[in-house]
Design a protein around this ligand. Sequence first.
Ligand SMILES: Cc1cc2nc3c(=O)[nH]c(=O)nc-3n(C[C@H](O)[C@H](O)[C@H](O)COP(=O)(O)OP(=O)(O)OC[C@H]3O[C@@H](n4cnc5c(N)ncnc54)[C@H](O)[C@@H]3O)c2cc1C
Length: 388
Amino acid sequence: MSQIAFTESEERRELRKQVARLAGKYGREWFTERARPGEKTTDLWLEIGKNGYLGINIPEEYGGGGGGIGDIAAVCEELAAQGCPLLLMVVSPAICGTIISRYGTDEQKQRWLPGICDGTGTMAFAITEPDAGTNSHNITTTARKDGDGWVLNGRKIYISGVDEADNVLVVARTEDERTGKLKPCLFVVPTDAEGFEAKPIPMEIVSPELQFQVFIDDVHLPADALVGDEDGGLVQLFAGLNPERIMAASFSTGLARFALDRATAYAKERTVFKDAIGSHQAIAHPLAQSHIEIELARLMTQKAAALYDAGDDMGAGEAANMAKYAAAEAACDAADRAVQTHGGNGITQEYGMAGLLVATRAGRIAPVSREMILNFVSMHSLGLPKSY
Ligand SMILES: Cc1cc2nc3c(=O)[nH]c(=O)nc-3n(C[C@H](O)[C@H](O)[C@H](O)COP(=O)(O)OP(=O)(O)OC[C@H]3O[C@@H](n4cnc5c(N)ncnc54)[C@H](O)[C@@H]3O)c2cc1C
């Protein structure tokens, strides 16, 4: 009988240690010093690439480590736990890397995967549209056949890291769709293609990665820009969505651990009455609660990754949604409690805690909102009627 262990393998734990050590060399102060004035954290990105962590989930023959989503999720979590969260890990290796590994031709894999692995060929991912929002079935970005190739037209919004990417994996629909149902197709679009334009959206997040509005006007693409089968439908897209949720959960648990570590250290040091503030249960209990909530979210994230890597897509879907929900909630609460523990220092730039409020809050909205996860669980786990 197969069994999924409740603790990670020795190898995975060692991976976590190595990544934590590497990210620890950079650290939170280094990270925010770059993010605040709008600089990039490319040095760290390239170093994790060089060490083989960025493509750890990609097959070895294309420059990767041959591991699974559990491995890349561990890398993502440990970076965030050191205060160096790298949002593009969710997108480039986990979504784009997985979809291309699964559905790309050998030639496409040779072309795009090595750059995703070593960090020199980052790929962004674009599905969200201004009018469709959460309802991806309503996307209107359209691909029209043009001789052997394609012409793309549409608008995308909140697309992360377009300025750092060579290509964007764009979700479009084919023009001759009769049923009105989404028949998504995936296209690799170079960010320097004629007719492709990206404008940064001013956001309140202290992050080196920016979000963009993307304008796609008559962008001509060759036939082999299409990844997967034109009639492959939702299955190809969904291949990237479980990894996305598992990565988003890990991003959140990493940030939550970082917030809790800083809060705990401060609670041990800061004394205003006769003992350190951590001796007051009003300070200690919320931190203990956060520790429990974070560990629960990590356990569900590891379960989701283990199911996904074992090939159980259905089981992984429910677990990945629940993990992403639990991780975002745990992270928002941990950030809030960390700010409170720091008192006035909690909202200074020096201590850098308040920025975590927005960073963790984004986890309740993206890549899938908490409401849509509750819709999923109501319907699929509890068998309640579809509400939308
Ligand atoms: C920091 C950040 C980075 C992002 N990066 C990317 C990226 O790289 N690529 C990309 O494609 N997208 C990206 N996104 C977009 C993200 O996936 C969307 O913001 C998210 O899916 C929500 O869509 P929306 O913002 O249009 O909200 P809306 O769809 O307008 O929803 C607004 C609110 O209504 C709720 N709601 C809507 N429908 C229902 C319903 N049926 N039941 C209950 N509640 C409902 C939602 O949960 C939400 O709270 C990013 C977003 C952020 C904030």
